[in-house]
Structures are given as structure tokens and as C-alpha cells.
Design a protein around this ligand. Structure first.
Ligand SMILES: [Zn+2]
Ligand SMILES: [Zn+2]
Length: 178
């Protein structure tokens, strides 16, 4: 039996469970994650979303390995711009930033802040470091760069293949502004 880990928002009204191991753990340095992270972290009571180096730590799980346990009605979608297809989902009971979903994606990128402080699996790679602001650089402690990002997409594709190319829908009715 794969291990199940239950994770909840800060107040506990919303909870999900992840089953087994993630596809991969990443720290994203793209502009949209950076901007969205800063805006979401400014919501009242939100936990930090960005790492001190400006990256967004994510734990990526196949959608069929994520179970919603309670409080789905607390979830609200944040879109960086009105026509941004990517959904960043917040538990609005306590403004815990929960996960990111690419349109049609077969995985969820769970924000590491969903784990109790210090217990999230650490990022294995850095992606989208080409978006770093001019003059900024990162520590070389974990792999980054174009090849790493390419390998990351290969891992995602492998997971999709294992899922029989299904991309389950997650219905979320509410929207949130940040
Ligand atoms: Zn909550
Ligand atoms: Zn990103």
C-alpha cells in the first residue's frame, strides 16, 4: 500500500490527501509564478508562497493520486490576468495557497506551503531559471537550466502515459482576487 499523506489549510477547513510519491519536486522561477506568488502572499494571513530566492517550491502529484478530503467549497481560483488559463487555487477560509493547475494538465503542482512548516519534500530541480531577473543568480545546490527543464517535461509526459492520458477535471466555482 502506498503511503497517504493528509494536508490541510492553516485553519483545517480544507484538506486533501496525496498518495505515494510525487512525480517530482521543483522550484519554479517563471515570471508568472513569481508575480502570482507575491500577490497571493499579500492576502491577509496567507503563509509565505515564495522561497527567499524568489522561486516557488512545488510538489507535483498525478491528479489520480490526489484525493479531496473536505472543504472543496472553500476553494477559489486566482487568475493572474482575467484570461490566464492557469488556475492557482486558494482555500479562502484562511487564504492558504493550495495548488496550481495548468489548463488540461494531468497533474497538480501543490504549493509546498500546504505542508506543515519545514516538512514539505525539498525541490529536486529548478525550472524556468531563464526567467530570472537580470543580474540575479541562484545557488548551484540543485540542478537547473534548459536540460533540466526538458527532463522535467519528460517526467510529466511519463506520468501522463502511466495515467492512460487522462486529465481529470476539478470543479471549482469560486474566484478570488489578489
Ligand atoms: Zn482554511
Ligand atoms: Zn512557474
Amino acid at each position: 500500500m502506498a503511503e497517504t499523506t493528509q494536508l490541510s489549510c492553516l485553519c483545517g477547513a480544507f484538506a486533501l490527501a496525496v498518495i505515494g510519491s510525487p512525480i517530482i519536486t521543483t522550484e519554479c522561477h517563471c515570471r508568472s509564478c513569481r508575480e502570482s506568488g507575491a500577490r497571493l502572499a499579500a492576502l491577509p494571513a496567507s503563509r509565505p508562497v515564495l522561497a527567499p530566492n524568489g522561486g516557488t517550491p512545488f510538489v507535483l502529484y498525478r491528479k489520480d493520486r490526489v484525493r479531496f478530503v473536505r472543504g472543496m467549497e472553500q476553494l477559489a481560483v486566482f487568475r493572474r490576468t482575467p484570461d490566464t488559463p492557469t488556475r492557482r487555487v486558494v482555500a479562502r477560509c484562511c487564504n492558504t495557497v493550495a495548488f496550481l493547475e495548468f489548463k488540461g494538465g494531468h497533474w497538480l503542482s501543490l504549493y509546498a506551503g500546504l505542508w506543515p512548516q519545514g516538512s514539505a519534500p525539498l525541490p529536486a530541480i529548478r525550472t524556468m531559471t531563464s526567467d530570472l531577473p537580470a543580474g540575479e543568480s541562484l545557488a548551484g545546490d540543485i540542478p537547473a537550466g534548459k536540460l533540466v527543464t526538458a527532463g522535467f517535461y519528460a517526467r510529466l509526459l511519463g506520468a501522463w502515459l502511466a495515467m492512460g492520458f487522462k486529465s481529470p477535471d476539478i470543479a471549482i466555482a469560486n474566484e478570488i482576487e489578489a
